[in-house]
Design a binder for this molecule. Structure first.
Ligand code: AMP
Ligand code: MG
Length: 506
């Protein structure tokens, strides 16, 4: 059968930056949805790092990528063809309190790129300068927090945890005040959606129900077309299906956070994407030692966003979104969806942990086995991620692998009992050791983006040396593949790593 190629369809054609044409559907909304403003350039903007995987998504021709063009468009004040950047208005609950005064105060939606697969990807420049929503802020992002966002985007993608991505990181010789004077930088964030729970909350709390409906219809059409088709004549049913999908995706995301020991740090509703992607990175941490009470943000005095509370907070955040949808959906129906959260979460988390343990079949006692492991990890403060990597090679009859696993524990007796129970459980699996080992190695990372690595990279970058930022990018993009040159990053973190403290200031 002949394949029909429509003239002008541009199938597979790669582009230069100058050929990227930006559209911006958000500009068609009423003006109170956004503020139109161009980015302001940074002094001596220069490229620090570029992520080729993200370039591919945008069909950028890798041979044509020029550091000076990236610096000019995503650090200097130049804008891409047809780009009409805008700051989005949103609100949101911060640490439990509603804040009406939020919006893109330092990030700009430059526009959207339609790639050769027909997908639309937003380009959002973080640190782009002041907007109508900057309040008392300077509209800037500092190098420290920009490195953190840039690298973790690649790390999460590598781990297959839903996340926004980042095309490039641009540094400058412009300084601003944070924890002392710090250099400014910009990150180009790439994702299919920049709509937050807080966008809906803004229209609900300002009683703009017509605008709320415009936003919901836009989201249905663009992000959840399946539900629009499912219920073409019944808007409320389509909105409800959309809410349920948002909940499912949020559960899938938070289940992975819990399975990999990731602490977001600032789970305010303005930092929650409706696509269920990890979004707006701040003082996040991949825990070195497994500690359910761990708080990554040192100004979170009450531990609202501690590791163990994340699943409950996600439910709380979804309730805020449900409240904002009350003008469009019956309360009882929303409550019925929220009521399903806990069971769905436990199921999703258990499944993630099953995969990490190499268990393919589902058995009733799996949750207890997982619970015993995290209990042990908590009591003995072990690095669960490093333990699980070693568990991939565990064979009970092989003393070397047994000792390797037990070496993580200060009191190995309880750990030995757990390994016995685990061995009995693996014996009920169809797959043998080799198959299980391969499967486990593909989900248990050798490398994580640990806080000490970030600290080192930031320290060097602040002195103008960006090599470590780029090395870490390579390390975390393929976290499951052990490489001789990166042995140091698979090893136990240095002693000083335990004293690292992070703040929200960025
Ligand atoms: P974040 O802590 O980055 O999630 O931001 C919370 C709110 O503060 C959002 O409305 C941001 O746009 C705004 N914001 C954060 N930093 C700045 C800044 N340096 N200048 C202006 N607005 C900011
Ligand atoms: Mg934010």
């Amino acid at each position: 059968m002949a394949i029909e190629i429509k003239v002008g369809m541009n199938l597979g054609k790669l582009k230069t930056l100058n050929e990227l044409t930006l559209e911006n559907a958000y500009l068609d909304f009423p003006e109170h949805f956004y503020h139109r403003v161009d980015p302001s350039g940074l002094k001596n903007a220069h490229l620090i790092s570029f992520n080729p995987d993200v370039g591919k998504i945008l069909d950028l021709d890798p041979c044509s990528i020029s550091p000076s063009d990236l610096a000019r468009f995503f650090g200097g004040g130049d804008v891409l063809q047809d780009s009409k950047p805008l700051a989005m208005k949103y609100g949101g609950h911060q640490f439990g309190q509603y804040n009406p005064d939020l919006g893109d105060g330092r990030g700009l939606l430059l526009g959207e790129v339609l790639n050769n697969k027909g997908e639309r990807w937003d380009l959002h420049l973080k640190g782009a300068g002041k907007t109508a929503y900057s309040r008392f802020g300077d509209g800037r992002a500092v190098l420290r927090s920009s490195i953190r966002e840039y690298l973790v985007s690649a790390a999460m993608q590598g781990l297959d945890i839903p996340t926004t991505q980042a095309l490039c990181l641009v540094g400058s010789e412009e300084y601003t005040m944070r924890e002392g004077m710090e250099p400014c930088a910009k990150v180009l964030r790439v994702t299919q959606c920049h709509i937050r729970f807080g966008h809906f909350e803004h229209f609900y709390h300002t009683h703009q129900h017509d605008s709320l409906k415009i936003l919901a219809d836009y989201c249905l059409e663009r992000y959840f077309p399946k539900h629009k088709k499912q219920f073409p004549k019944h808007c409320a049913a389509a909105y409800l299906a959309m809410f349920k999908t948002i909940q499912d995706r949020s559960i899938a995301m938070v289940a992975k956070w819990q399975a990999y020991g990731f602490v977001h740090g600032v789970m305010n509703t303005d930092n929650m994407s409706i696509l269920g992607e990890t979004f707006d990175y701040g003082p996040y941490v991949f825990m070195d030692q497994y500690r359910p009470d761990f708080i990554s943000n040192h100004t979170d005095y009450e531990g609202r966003y501690s590791f163990k509370r994340q699943p409950d907070i996600m439910l709380w955040n979804l309730s805020c979104l449900a409240q904002a949808l009350l003008p469009l959906i019956e309360r009882d129906e929303l409550v019925a969806v929220l009521d399903e959260y806990r069971d769905l979460y436990v199921k999703a988390y258990t499944q993630q942990m099953r995969l990490r343990l190499g268990l393919v079949s589902e058995q009733e006692n799996d949750a207890a086995l997982i619970d015993q492991l995290t209990q042990l990890a908590t009591e003995q403060r072990i690095d669960l991620n490093r333990f699980l990597r070693d568990l991939c090679n565990f064979q009970p009859e092989n003393d070397v692998t047994l000792h390797q696993c037990l070496s993580h524990f200060s009191h190995p007796v309880a750990a030995t009992s757990w390994l016995v129970a685990y061995t009995q459980r693996t014996e009920q699996e169809e797959a043998g050791f080799r198959t299980r080992q391969q499967q486990m190695l593909s989900v248990n990372p050798c490398y994580l983006l640990r806080s000490y690595m970030l600290e080192e990279a930031i320290r060097e970058a602040n002195d103008g040396d960006y090599r470590l930022v780029n090395t870490l990018q390579s390390v975390v993009r393929n976290p499951f593949e052990a490489k001789d040159e990166y042995t140091r990053y698979a090893a136990q973190p240095p002693e000083w790593a335990g004293g690292i403290s992070l703040s929200c200031s960025s």
